[in-house]
Design a protein around this ligand. Structure first.
Ligand SMILES: [Zn+2]
Length: 193
């Protein structure tokens, strides 16, 4: 399955090679342009069905995703499994809250989803937001897991596509040393200088 999705991501212009500045501030030679998936509802729906199928046997009351891409995925998965959906919004750096709609109620069974897992920052902040409302996390899922270190969580985890991609600190980046033009992708951070 990983190979089929890999072909889909390459042919669809999702997988990009070059020299990229990630939202985390790290550099990488590979970037997944998730909005090439999210702009296509049919492809998004197809990939979300993998997550829905994976968790088909367990009860899920609500699917929660972090802004921005996570909202689209949470909505689509919730639609497929007939659950509700909610948004984990960033309140301050590294802290998220679920405040719109009915939020998360005590004891509700929650599936946490996100688009691309790199360092796990937004996923962990979303998990914390669910736990702060006494929700019960029954699973975590992402479309693309590009993390190097496994996500250190105690919940069932599923990735539709997995590929470990090396990230570099700017001063240790081999691509910088080769003077390859650095491209900013995603996120809100600006390149200094
Ligand atoms: Zn670099």
């Amino acid at each position: 399955m990983n190979e089929i999705v890999e072909k889909l991501l390459i042919n669809g212009g999702v997988t990009l090679e070059g020299h990229f500045l990630l939202t985390s501030g790290l550099h990488s030679g590979l970037y997944f342009e998730k909005f090439k998936i999210l702009e296509n509802p049919r492809i998004t729906s197809l990939l979300c069905s993998k997550i829905a199928f994976h968790y088909a046997a367990i009860q899920i009351d609500k699917v929660i995703g972090p802004t921005t891409g996570g909202i689209i995925l949470a909505y689509e998965i919730a639609k497929q499994i007939d659950a509700l959906t909610g948004i984990a919004e960033e309140e301050e750096k590294g802290k998220r809250v679920i405040k719109r709609g009915s939020g998360v109620k005590k004891g509700e069974k929650i599936l946490v989803v996100d688009d691309v897992l790199t360092t796990g920052g937004s996923l962990k902040a979303t998990i914390d937001a669910v736990l702060a409302s006494d929700g019960v996390i029954v699973g975590v899922a992402v479309l693309i897991d590009r993390s190097v270190k496994p996500l250190n969580i105690d919940y069932p985890f599923y990735a539709v596509y997995q590929k470990s991609v090396e990230n570099y600190e700017p001063d240790e980046c081999p691509l910088c040393k080769q003077n390859i033009l650095l491209t900013r992708r995603g996120g809100k951070k600006k390149i200094k200088n």
